[in-house]
Ligand binder design. Structure first.
Ligand code: AHR
Length: 518
């Protein structure tokens, strides 16, 4: 690494493209040069849009008061769904949405959520604070939401307190075209068209809140359930088994060993990045501890993939990071005011999202789907809302971090060589599709401004643009009073054939979009 003086930076910035915005006063004498090299000859795999998936649980104000306000609400809504949330999520693009849990899924009985809303039973949410839910948001409402935001639905089925019969009936209710009692019930409830639900989770965290089982017990149940989950109307269910927590290979092997070679389509692993402080009061050391966990997540994904690949036919099982994201120390006062696990997202959260999404690009050949927890109000959410009666709906820093990665979807991920591969070194990823290349960088350091010199091995760029999400304050966030504190800005990028240069100030996430020449 070479040190840059402030004078050299001022001189070189004059040559940057006109019309771009240079963050002011961010560079200091500690600016350091960092080299990266994109290897266009080294393809990793397609960045499946599903790597940018999401999760909505009946937990706190994620569904009730968040996404769902009800048709009679004074809050502007579309069929009961909060209008602003729909618009923001549609703009971002939500490839897949998992519902109704989480832990909630193994205590959810789908028949409670169909039919005339006034007749639906009220049930206690035993996992999340004992709140009483009126089931006004059920299967039809979820499918309507997915259609509004153009997301593919992913249902998490109840294994812990449910039965194979109950889950097989849900599949038939959703997917059988017409003529059976269950499909006619769906039609009577307003949907002639089958829902064509492809993704079915068979339990959630079956080692914990989903039934407290041992892997061999769960394997026996999984096999029993899977027998009855069938293709209807041309929609073949993609069955996702409850997998390990992080790098627990004991669970994975214990389960896979008992599968007699009849593997599920997907194996779900969960990995949260815990934090020691309240969301907006993080210290630098605690931020560094939390962000360093992403290196371990990457190792765990490689490990779980290698376990799967070790079995004959195991290579066909899609590895799904079904729940991930920062899980901070949540103040009780926030939970009392806004609901269980309500968590503000800060510049630190955006760095975390960027580190995760960069690693998913790098692991594109190893992952099938990744769903951040959760989409609204809960943990690392994209949107926060102020309550069921309030119109306020704010795009968090994590929302903007996801927006920065949208350009990678469906492109082919490429190897990037970097100088510093330590957990808090500059994080990078690249992808290419046709004559477009997208590069993303995260500088998680709070004490180091970087000037990135990126070379393209085997490609020439003719032009480029960049966007950045940056605040020098790691606790900066978009609040109900100041919703636009941390938003995307245009950023300066210098493009000269195979050489790209941009500045990555401390605590920043940026994406460069390049047009390639022949
Ligand atoms: O996302 C919150 C909870 O975390 C989920 O319900 C559960 O699956 C996990 O433990």
């Amino acid at each position: 690494m070479g040190r840059f003086s402030r004078r050299r930076f001022m001189a070189s910035s004059a040559s940057l493209a006109l019309g771009t915005v240079i963050p002011r006063n961010v560079f200091t004498d500690s600016t350091v040069m960092h080299r990266v090299r994109v290897r266009t000859d080294a393809e990793i795999g397609v960045v499946k849009p599903e790597l940018h998936g999401h999760f909505a649980e009946h937990l706190g104000s994620c569904v009730y008061g968040g996404l769902w306000v009800g048709k009679d609400s004074k809050v502007p809504n579309v069929n009961g769904h909060r209008r602003l949330a729909i618009e923001y999520l549609r703009d971002l693009g939500i490839p897949v949405l998992r519902w109704p849990g989480g832990c909630f899924a193994d205590d959810y009985h789908w028949r409670d959520g169909i039919g005339p809303p006034a007749k639906r039973p009220k049930r206690v949410n035993i996992h999340w604070g004992g709140s009483v839910e009126d089931n006004s948001f059920g299967t039809h409402e979820f499918i309507d939401l997915c259609r509004l935001i153009k997301a593919e639905p992913y249902f998490a089925g109840n294994v812990g307190s449910g039965s194979p019969r109950e889950l097989r009936d849900w599949v038939e209710y959703c997917n059988y075209p017409s003529g059976s009692d269950l499909s006619e019930e769906r039609v009577a409830n307003g949907s002639r068209e089958p829902f064509h639900v492809r993704y079915w989770g068979v339990g959630n965290e079956s080692w914990g809140c989903g039934g407290d089982m041992r892997p061999e017990e769960y394997a026996a149940l999984y096999r029993q359930f899977a027998v009855y989950l069938r293709e209807f109307g041309g929609t073949k269910p993609f069955l996702i088994a409850s997998g390990p927590s992080g790098s627990d290979v004991g669970w994975s092997r214990g389960f896979l060993d008992k599968m007699r070679g009849e593997f599920p389509d997907g194996l779900s692993m969960h990995y949260y990045e815990g934090g020691a402080d309240a969301p907006t009061e993080f210290t630098v050391p605690h931020m560094n501890d939390q962000l360093s966990i992403f290196a371990k997540v990457e190792d765990s994904i490689r490990l779980q993939r290698s376990v799967l690949d070790g079995y004959r036919q195991g290579g066909n099982v899609g590895l799904i990071l079904d729940e991930w994201g920062v899980w901070d120390r949540i103040p009780e006062s926030d939970e009392r005011r806004y609901g269980k696990l309500w968590q503000q997202s800060t510049m630190r959260g955006a760095l975390a999202a960027g580190l995760g999404l960069n690693s998913f690009n790098r692991l594109a050949d190893k992952l099938y789907m990744c769903n951040i927890a959760q989409i609204v109000n809960v943990l690392q959410s994209l949107l926060i809302t102020e309550g069921a009666q309030s119109e306020k709906c704010v795009r968090t820093t994590s929302y903007y971090a996801f927006a920065l990665f949208k350009g990678h979807r469906s492109k082919t991920s490429l190897h990037v060589d970097t100088q510093d591969q330590s957990p808090l070194g500059l994080s990078s990823s690249a992808s290419r599709g046709g004559d477009e290349m997208v590069l993303s960088f995260v500088n998680p350091r709070s004490d180091l401004d970087l000037r990135v010199h990126c070379s393209l091995a085997g490609a020439l760029a003719t032009e480029g643009t960049a966007e950045i999400l940056h605040s020098a304050d790691l606790n900066a966030c978009n609040s109900f009073l100041k919703p636009d504190t941390v938003v995307l800005q245009k950023h300066a990028v210098k493009v000269d054939g195979s050489k790209i240069q941009l500045d990555m100030p401390r605590l920043s996430v940026a994406t460069v979009t390049l047009r390639l020449g022949r």
